[in-house]
Ligand binder design. Structure first.
Ligand SMILES: Cc1cc2nc3c(=O)[nH]c(=O)nc-3n(C[C@H](O)[C@H](O)[C@H](O)COP(=O)(O)OP(=O)(O)OC[C@H]3O[C@@H](n4cnc5c(N)ncnc54)[C@H](O)[C@@H]3O)c2cc1C
Length: 531
């Protein structure tokens, strides 16, 4: 009988241990801001590497449940969440994982602070980032709407730090007819005569975080034309004062590959009371602020999951021995992990750059050119980081050998959860087409990328300039169907190019050899996928 026992991978304080996050914050934050927020980040890092991580492993087999009927034949549609999610909700509220962005203690940089909290929090909570992203997006959408009644009613709940008062929000867009082409939505809104109140009738096909207290949704007021413009954006509260669903039937919870702690439901709306957020049309346009925020969260979650996998892999490499030495002493294993680290660092700098721009947009300190850049970078960042997260998670599992494939290590969930990132909040193709629509931001994109590598004369900088030139000439020369067909390759090239540019900029600021290595490695792997 073998006496050998393998030591499991472990996590330390996830903030103190994160060279990339700490170095980035040191560059973008003034010293007084950094010193002011450091404690909150260290505390979240402690929870993420300690209590929450332990709870996550212990909660592994639990899943949300739906009880449709009570013992007496009443339809109740009750959702029970798992212990991890209950604790996550409490921590999220108390630590301001949404609130920080709205308190704006540090102006536009509060968005960076909030994204850093979300980045630390997310990987230990089995995608509790999903309800938080939609909550954040709902708060931003309501605030932008100017609808004071709804702002007064809901926003204080969405951005509070008091767990008892805290609400989360859902975003109900996707119907059977389509999640990408939401203009096909069939839900009808009937207005009660002489009032501003509507009742909604229809089926929503993917509604995550169905335990939320409110939702923003799309429906077509009776008599409106077909297509996206004929839809309106509605606010609704999911349950009445007795906790009963407001004419909403939860037909079932989806049986999904990953995100299994997220209760994603199929619903029937059968006269659900709802209020217009803005006008009785243009719902797809009016819900855009929500999507911009959830796409930012998607990117932050992508880098957070990459970081978690790599942190565990590096730790394990010091503990696992093969062929007479630890894996961390094997050049090929080290090389494999370094490539994952480079992907993560590129993705990290792009996601947080979008957070910086989002913050400036929210405090109205953004130039017109940078607003166009943010419009362009949001889909590019979401689609690029989503793809990287899946690739990195797959390699992370392999870096553990067979253990990476075994459920009770807690590792396979990283791959399953990452796989949703390129699908929800706009698939890769849908966002690639959106990138073409946002091409007005390309002028500023080009200047930002060139500024990042200004005065840098090395191979990595040459890779950036050459990919940028290629992307710009491709766009100028490619028209119609060929342009549409090439949109994904074009967008990914832009995404990887700006990731490398930002990484080079950071390497030259920090002069940290590890960051320089990551930049050179990212450049060697390549950024130009146009052919
Ligand atoms: C776990 C999970 C949770 C979700 N939660 C929610 C939620 O809370 N609220 C919500 O509203 N939705 C939610 N969704 C739905 C999600 O947003 C949609 O699944 C997604 O937008 C894609 O829509 P679809 O499934 O209808 O696919 P389709 O739109 O049918 O797309 C199928 C394929 O066609 C491609 N495609 C579509 N149009 C084009 C085109 N013009 N050119 C090229 N390719 C194209 C897509 O990229 C995709 O690969 C969730 C999905 C999942 C998996």
């Amino acid at each position: 009988m073998s006496q050998f026992q393998q030591t499991a991978p472990g996590l330390k304080n996830q903030y103190d241990d994160d060279r990339v996050l700490r170095s980035y914050l040191a560059r973008v934050l003034p010293a007084d801001v950094l010193s002011d927020i450091q404690e909150s980040l260290s505390e979240m890092g402690r929870l993420a590497g300690g209590e929450l991580y332990e709870l996550q492993l212990a909660d592994r087999l639990n899943e949300p449940t739906l009880t449709q009927w009570d013992a007496w034949g009443n339809r109740v549609d009750k959702i029970e969440l798992t212990p991890l999610w209950h604790r996550a909700e409490q921590i999220a509220a108390e630590h301001g994982v949404v609130a920080t962005a709205y308190e704006q203690k540090h102006g536009s940089l509060s968005r960076v602070h909030q994204c850093a909290l979300a980045y630390l929090f997310t990987p230990s909570t089995d995608i509790y980032s999903c309800p938080l992203a939609m909550t954040d997006g709902a708060a931003r959408t309501l605030l932008n709407s100017g609808n004071q009644t709804l702002i007064d009613r809901a926003v204080p709940h969405l951005i509070t730090r008091d767990p008892k008062e805290f609400w989360t929000a859902g975003q109900w867009m996707t119907e059977l007819t389509g999640g990408s082409d939401v203009g096909l939505s069939e839900t009808i809104a009937k207005q009660a005569e002489g009032t501003n109140t509507y009742r909604l009738y229809g089926r929503k096909w993917f509604t995550s975080a169905i335990a939320s207290q409110m939702a923003l949704t799309l429906a077509r007021p009776e008599g409106n034309p077909p297509g996206g413009r004929g839809l309106a954006l509605f606010y609704l509260e999911t349950r009445d004062e007795h906790g009963r669903p407001r004419n909403i039937q939860i037909n079932r919870l989806k049986d999904k590959l990953g995100t299994r702690k997220v209760p994603t439901a199929e619903l029937t709306l059968d006269g659900t009371p709802a209020e217009l957020v803005k006008e009785a049309s243009d719902g797809v346009r009016n819900i855009a602020p929500l999507l911009n925020i959830t796409r930012l969260w998607n990117g932050i979650s992508a880098v957070a999951l990459m970081r978690r996998g790599i942190a565990l892999s590096f730790d394990y490499a010091n503990k696992r021995t093969a062929f007479g030495a630890t894996l961390s002493e094997k050049p090929l294993h080290v090389d494999t992990l370094a490539t994952l680290q480079a992907e993560f660092e590129g993705a990290f700098h792009l996601a947080f750059y979008v957070a910086e721009l989002t913050g400036r947009s929210e405090t109205r300190e953004i130039s017109d050119d940078d607003a166009l850049l943010l419009r362009l970078l949001t889909p590019i960042m979401k689609l690029t980081t989503g793809k990287q997260a899946v690739m990195v998670a797959s390699e992370v599992l392999e870096s553990f050998g067979g253990a990476g494939y075994v459920e009770d290590t807690g590792l396979p969930v990283l791959l399953r959860d990452s796989q949703v990132l390129p699908i929800w909040e706009g698939t890769t193709n849908v966002l690639a087409l959106d990138t073409l629509r946002a091409a007005q931001g390309l002028k500023r994109f080009e200047s930002v990328v060139r500024e990042c590598v200004e005065n840098v004369d090395n191979d990595a900088a040459r890779v950036v300039r050459s990919a940028l030139d290629h992307a710009m000439s491709w766009l100028a020369e490619t028209k119609d169907e060929a342009r549409e067909a090439g949109a994904r390759r074009f967008s990914l090239t832009l995404g990887r190019t700006i990731e490398l540019a930002l990484l080079i900029k950071h390497a030259h600021w920090s002069l940290d050899p590890k960051t320089v290595n990551s930049a050179n490695r990212f450049a060697s792997v390549g950024v130009d996928v146009i052919f």
